[in-house]
Structures are given as structure tokens and as C-alpha cells.
Design a protein around this ligand. Structure first.
Ligand code: PEP
Length: 250
């Protein structure tokens, strides 16, 4: 049975004090979430230390939103995987479309980041997804297949077993547009098929999350799809009650 996961990407929102309050509310809300649904929150770097104290001893996992593609040294402004591990992170979001689009993150850089994260014992939440024009041109399968092959095919099965995949159509992120359950399911099934080409049966064990304007209203239909194992949530993760409602949608 694959893990059900609901992960909240806070992006560049909240002050530290607001983030600590939100984390406390998520921990409180997690008491009503069944144990087979893993809740994860991904606050900004500045919040990780105090938020780690809040989630300690709870079922809520802690993730960062990015990491450096280098181990340590003269890389001003970067945050290394051992720093994230030492603050209490268990996960790291990598390859988010906003990182790819605004910060020029490439598949080559992502291979480095994913491998460093795994070597440090962190589980990457690896994001893939097509842009609006790519879907309109009917290239969505091709685009996500390439993203999977360029990065995840560089891993061993032992490494891949610790990766969570998030399919996030770029046109659905923060836009209020959601992929229909049919659109999401068909591409999740394709991603799993591509993973199976390289990793065989292990592909059945990999959690593939949907992301893109997922909210308490549409989560149930999406999560009912056989290849959708949860969600990566942006806007709706900034309120504990909507985040909890999404986690109760399985
Ligand atoms: C995201 O950024 O990962 C995301 C899915 O955002 P939103 O839920 O706001 O569309």
C-alpha cells in the first residue's frame, strides 16, 4: 500500500511568528487526521528552526522548499542538505516549477540536489509538470516523461525508494484552475508507467502527489483516483483548517 501524503508548500509567505502559529495549528489539526495520511509542512528556511521545535514529537513532517546543489563552502546565500538535516528536516521539495522558471533550475542541477538530499537521508519531493502551452500542444506526456528520465533515471532503486514525486501542471499552480481528475489520473498513471520502465515493481510503491490549486472542494475527487496518492498544496496550506480538510479527503 502506497503512503498517502499531504504536503504544504508555504512558499515565501508568513513571518516567523506567523509560521510558528500556523505550525502549531497544523499539529493540533493533525490529531484528527488518520495515521495513514502523512502530513508535511514546508516553511521558508528562516522558519525551520522554531517550526522544528513545534512539530517535534508530532506526526507532522518537516520539509524545506529547496537546497543547494553543493555540499558546503563558498556559495553565498545557499543552504546545504546537512544544515537542513541538522535543523530537523526529513524532506526537501526539489524542482518546483517556480524554481525552474524564476531561478533557472535545470534537470542537471536537480540530479545533483536530489542525490545530495538522499545521501543526507532526506526524502526529495520531486516536482514535475508541463506548462500551459505544452499541454495545449499535446506535449504534456512527453514533457513529464523527459523530466522523470532526466533526473530520476539517474538514481538507483534504493535511492528511488525514498523519493516522492509531485505532478504539478504549471498552468494549475496558484491559478485556481485544477486539472480534472481524469487529466490528473491519466498523467499519474503514465508517470508510474515510465518509472516502471526503469524501476519495475518499485514504481507501484512510489507516492505520486497532485499539485495545482488543490483545495478542500476538489481534493476528494482527485484523491479517489487510483494513481493519485495525495497532494502538494500551496495556497490552501496557509490555513490549518483547509489543510486539514484536504488531508481528510481520502
Ligand atoms: C504549489 O506551489 O506547489 C501549489 C500546488 O500551489 P497552489 O496549491 O497554490 O496551486
Amino acid at each position: 500500500m502506497r503512503k498517502h501524503i499531504v504536503a504544504g508548500n508555504w512558499k515565501m509567505n508568513t513571518t516567523v511568528a506567523e509560521g510558528v502559529e500556523l505550525a502549531k495549528a497544523v499539529v493540533a489539526a493533525s490529531a484528527e487526521v488518520p495515521a495513514d495520511v502523512k502530513l508535511i509542512i514546508a516553511p521558508p528556511f528562516t522558519h525551520l528552526y522554531p517550526v522544528a521545535e513545534v512539530v517535534k514529537g508530532s506526526a507532522v513532517g518537516l520539509s524545506s522548499q529547496n537546497c543547494a546543489n553543493k555540499e558546503k563552502g563558498a556559495y553565498t546565500g545557499e543552504v546545504a542538505v546537512n544544515m537542513l538535516e541538522s535543523v530537523g528536516c526529513q524532506y526537501v521539495i526539489l524542482g518546483h516549477s517556480e524554481r525552474r522558471e524564476y531561478y533557472g533550475e535545470t534537470d542537471a542541477t536537480l540530479v545533483e540536489k536530489v542525490k545530495l538530499a538522499l545521501a543526507q537521508g532526506l526524502s526529495p519531493i520531486f516536482c514535475i509538470g508541463e506548462k500551459k502551452e505544452e499541454r495545449e500542444a499535446g506535449r504534456h506526456f512527453e514533457v513529464v516523461t523527459e523530466q522523470v528520465k532526466n533526473v530520476l533515471f539517474e538514481l538507483t532503486p534504493e535511492q528511488m525508494a525514498n523519493v516522492v514525486v509531485a505532478y504539478e501542471p504549471v498552468w494549475a499552480i496558484g491559478t485556481g484552475l485544477t486539472a480534472t481528475a481524469e487529466q490528473a489520473q491519466e498523467i499519474h498513471a503514465e508517470i508510474r508507467k515510465v518509472l516502471a520502465e526503469k524501476f519495475g515493481e518499485l514504481a507501484q510503491e512510489i507516492s505520486i502527489l497532485y499539485g495545482g490549486s488543490c483545495n478542500p472542494t476538489n481534493a476528494k475527487e482527485l484523491f479517489a483516483c487510483p494513481d493519485i496518492d495525495g497532494g502538494l498544496i500551496g495556497g490552501a496550506a496557509l490555513k490549518a483548517d483547509s489543510f486539514q480538510a484536504i488531508a481528510l479527503s481520502f
